[in-house]
Design a protein. Structure first.
Lengths: 305, 307
């Protein structure tokens, strides 16, 4: 029974990682770009949501906002910042620099944005962790002796719905077909009439939305936000993405859940201190021994960055 | 010499050595985002040998470099099969695993950290940095440097021309790891105390930014990048309060004399990174710039592809 409870807990824990891992895998799969601003966007949504529900809109325009509205505005903030990132990382990437580190340009810019946003948040909101007053995170439900927290269950359901919606969008809609064409071959997609300049921001919008949503769900479930909260989640989401296979949305889902399971099992058997070694060690081993991952495609991330 | 200046010179020298370590990998087209892992290996190797066996500093410095270099070569063989994003992630993961192992090993002090005997003054890191810089300048002028450049510019063509890609890459990665380890050993002996928290992922990001913003085409790049970004915070320490007061007076306020947040300098580093990648992605110092400044004619009649 204890094991079953642990399994349920890891499923819940993994659902936070899943959303962020899907954001990572989307940018890598389509644009071949490891976006380091993703953990920051996650943190930004949580922190902005907290600030709006605690202080209200700056310059005294309103009093403290109710938490759902505040979190929604936090998600909007994440999307806006993500689009700014797109403006400065991806549009400058033209193929006029013919060497092998040319593809590092967006990666390095995104590292720059990571520093900018994270430190601006520190300056604006301070460095300590803050209590987020949302719904009661401890409402539980007893299913055959296993305790399930209702907010976590709702988060899991929202996550699953979002992922299904995303997959359907990629499969069926015009934008989704365009994105998959770009993932396959950007030049050919361009020749065949797909307007790369207009469709690439969609990826960044989705990234901002997914990260913002994950940050909002995190704030509700854990009742706490902090400027450092993105680092740990980002690390585990990357691990989940790699284990599941780069570029595969269902792979990211599976990988994120695997990392949640791996983490809880490690805590259960070895203690919390060794989580870092196990998660990153698993990532390193998968990268070296089986870089395709569980559900990944062989060609993604190979030649380019 | 004042303690403040001595401290700056020591940290500057350590950063320059570290930047050259990352430069050698990046110059061969491998983005190493796990530099801090090798620095930590070097620091702890030197610290452990010095604390438990009482070896002289000269030996522990050497040991720090050698151990980190061996780890680098051992890692390079499996890791270099991966390319692009995979390589970045693998080096990043390596640094995290190293930090995790240090935190969980009692012999290394765990989270408590470890004090290192055998204090070295600022002169020794400085001499070390000068020697490392000379070594890298020499290397870049040899055939090895030429193959690095070739691999960086086009791997497939270099292989056609008979360059042994794997050997050169492993050598560059391993030598870079050794230099990063050396910088860690200097750090351990200069600060006298090491803890896992000071070898975090952000340090890897900073040093990679130093190298890329300085420029990876010539050996001047890491020198300029590391020096600029090490000295920038020190300059900003004086300039930022004055700037803040200026802006407050400009908008009709009264300066309260408080110091601005330390985080601003990282914001500036980030802005510079984004700006450089947008305007001058090949870094501050380029090959043509060096040729112009030294009144040398361009080394070939053909236009540089990378410019």
């Amino acid at each position: 029974m204890l094991f079953l409870q642990q399994l349920v807990n890891s499923l819940m824990l993994g659902s936070v990682y899943v959303t962020v891992a899907v954001a990572f895998t989307l940018t890598i799969g389509i644009l071949n770009f490891l976006n380091f601003t993703i953990p920051t966007l996650f943190m930004l949504a949580g922190m902005v949501g907290w600030a709006l529900s605690y202080w209200g809109i700056p310059f005294g325009l309103s009093g403290p906002l109710p938490w759902p509205l505040a979190l929604a505005m936090g998600i909007v903030a994440a999307i806006v910042v993500s689009l700014i990132v797109e403006r400065f990382t991806f549009r400058y990437l033209k193929t006029k620099y013919g060497d092998s580190t040319e593809h590092a340009i967006p990666l390095v810019s995104s590292l720059g944005f990571l520093l900018i946003v994270e430190n601006l948040v520190r300056i604006g909101y301070g460095t300590e962790a803050r209590r987020f007053e949302g719904p009661d995170a401890n409402m539980t439900m007893d299913v055959g002796g296993i305790l399930i927290r209702i907010p976590q269950l709702v988060s899991l359901i929202i996550t699953i719905l979002i992922v299904i919606g995303l997959v359907q969008m990629m499969k069926r809609s015009r934008i989704g077909r365009g994105l998959r064409a770009i993932a396959e071959n950007p030049d050919a997609a361009n020749i065949l009439g797909i307007d790369t300049k207009r469709i690439v921001p969609v990826v960044f919008m989705l990234t901002g939305m997914l990260c913002g949503l994950a940050g909002a769900l995190f704030a509700v479930n854990y009742g706490e936000v902090a400027p450092m909260m993105g680092e740990d989640i980002g690390a585990k989401a990357i691990a989940g993405m790699v284990i599941g296979g780069l570029g595969s949305i269902w792979g990211a889902v599976l990988g994120g859940l695997c990392v949640g399971l791996l983490e809880l099992m490690t805590v259960h058997f070895f203690g919390a201190d060794t989580v870092q070694i196990v998660v990153w060690g698993a990532l390193l081993i998968v990268l070296i021994a089986y870089p395709k991952g569980l559900l990944g495609h062989h060609s993604i991330g190979k030649g380019k960055l | 010499m004042s303690g403040y200046l001595a401290g700056i010179i020591a940290i500057l020298s350590i950063n320059i050595i570290f930047a050259y370590g990352i430069f050698l990998a990046v110059a061969s087209g491998q983005l190493n985002l796990g530099g801090v892992g090798f620095q930590a290996v070097g620091a702890y190797a030197a610290g452990l040998l010095s604390a438990s066996l009482g070896l002289p500093v000269a030996l522990t410095l050497l040991a720090g470099a050698v151990v980190a270099g061996l780890v680098g070569v051992a890692l390079a063989f499996p890791i270099l099969r991966t390319r692009g994003v995979y390589l970045v992630l693998a080096t990043f993961a390596f640094a995290e695993v190293v930090a995790g192992i240090i935190l969980n090993t009692d012999a290394l002090g765990g989270a408590m950290g470890m004090s290192v005997p055998g204090y070295v003054e600022w002169q020794i890191p400085m001499i070390g940095a000068i020697l490392v810089a000379l070594l890298v300048f020499y290397l870049m002028a040899t055939r090895f440097g030429l193959t690095l450049r070739a691999i960086h510019d086009d791997e497939d063509v270099s292989e056609l021309m008979g360059v042994s890609i794997r050997n050169v890459k492993v050598a560059a990665f391993g030598l870079g790891a050794a230099l990063a380890g050396l910088s860690g050993a200097f750090y351990a002996h200069n600060f006298g105390y090491i803890e896992a928290q000071s070898f975090n992922a952000l340090v890897s990001i900073y040093v990679l930014l130093y190298v890329l913003l300085g420029g990876t085409q010539t050996a001047w790049g890491p020198l300029v990048g590391a020096a600029f970004f090490t000295l920038l915070p020190e300059v900003l320490r004086e300039v930022l309060p004055a700037l803040k007061d200026f802006f407050i007076t400009l908008f009709g306020g009264v300066p309260d004399g408080s110091r601005p947040d330390e985080s601003w300098r990282f914001v500036i580093l980030g802005v510079l990174a984004v700006g450089f990648m947008a305007i001058r992605p090949e870094g501050l110092v380029t090959r043509t710039m060096v040729e112009r400044l030294t009144f040398r004619r361009p080394s070939s009649r053909f236009k540089e592809v990378t410019e």
